[in-house]
Design a binder for this molecule. Sequence first.
Ligand code: HEC
Ligand code: HEC
Ligand code: HEC
Ligand code: HEC
Length: 205
Amino acid sequence: MGAGKVSAFSSPFTLTVVRLGYRITQVMVNALRISIFVPVVCLFVLVCAPYAWGETEDLMPPVMPGDTSEPPDVLKSPFYPCSGCHATMKVNYTKRVPSAHPDKELKGHGEPIRWCLDCHNAEDRDFLRLIGGEKVPFEKSYILCGQCHGPVYRDWQYGAHGKRTGYWNGEKTFMICTKCHNPHHPRFPRITPEPAPTPPEETLR
Ligand code: HEC
Ligand code: HEC
Ligand code: HEC
Ligand code: HEC
């Protein structure tokens, strides 16, 4: 009988049972691997997706936490929402002054190398776009400006440029760049100097 035990593996039936047992163990180990691997991958994707798919919220530094601003003028424009017309229009990438927006001709804003769709999101016209293609709402246009005007942007963030009202240690309201600068022709027009004052000897009788 003892010999029978030793030779049990040579019996085709026992061999099949042992093989089956081994397969089942393999499947269970794989299942265990998957049960660890899948949640880890899911967690990775969940954590990284907002960065990979350009969730703009993370790219938006707060001006100062809690500060507020007035909504930009564009929201009151008869042309807003832009998607009212543009959602059904084909994007035209030809550099030109669009006939529908003649007053938006760029002046003094790098127009030899730049154009409308460098700032306005081509596919969703209700948004602006950053250099990397990320969408930015009109309310946060200062992030767009800040990409090229770094030093002024930093001054503005801390209140040295632009205008801020409210309490020094309480609620504050800030003005966004476009309240003062027209993004299409940002330079303020030159002021013609007043004539020199009349010298006193000429005003005496
Ligand atoms: C009343 C309809 C209308 C509205 C609203 C409108 N647009 Fe347009 N827009 C047009 C038309 C029409 C053209 C094309 C004109 C041409 O080809 O000369 C155009 C062209 C443009 C272009 C040039 C690129 C392209 O796709 O042709 C830009 C950029 C643009 N519009 C931005 C805006 C923005 C930003 C808004 C919202 C603030 C807006 N538009 C709202 C009608 C509109
Ligand atoms: C430097 C970035 C920049 C460029 C370049 C630019 N825009 Fe704009 N545009 C803006 C911003 C920012 C606003 C929102 C202004 C505000 O806050 O009220 C705006 C607003 C607008 C509006 C709505 C405001 C209104 O008065 O109706 C239209 C239409 C528009 N742009 C069209 C154009 C067209 C057409 C071009 C190209 C000829 C162009 N933009 C180029 C940044 C830009
Ligand atoms: C892609 C880069 C870029 C972006 C984005 C941009 N600017 Fe400019 N800006 C320039 C360049 C380049 C000039 C100089 C153009 C020239 O001298 O012809 C300029 C000029 C200006 C000036 C005039 C400076 C002077 O010397 O008087 C102002 C003001 C200004 N930009 C404000 C803005 C505001 C506000 C925004 C956001 C709506 C903005 N810019 C977005 C590149 C940019
Ligand atoms: C309260 C109004 C106001 C706001 C808000 C404002 N500016 Fe200005 N900005 C001015 C004035 C006034 C000047 C001086 C213009 C001059 O000297 O011709 C100026 C000058 C500039 C200049 C040219 C001078 C320089 O130092 O290079 C740039 C560029 C500029 N601003 C960008 C911006 C940007 C970007 C923002 C938003 C982050 C912004 N501004 C917000 C009023 C404002």
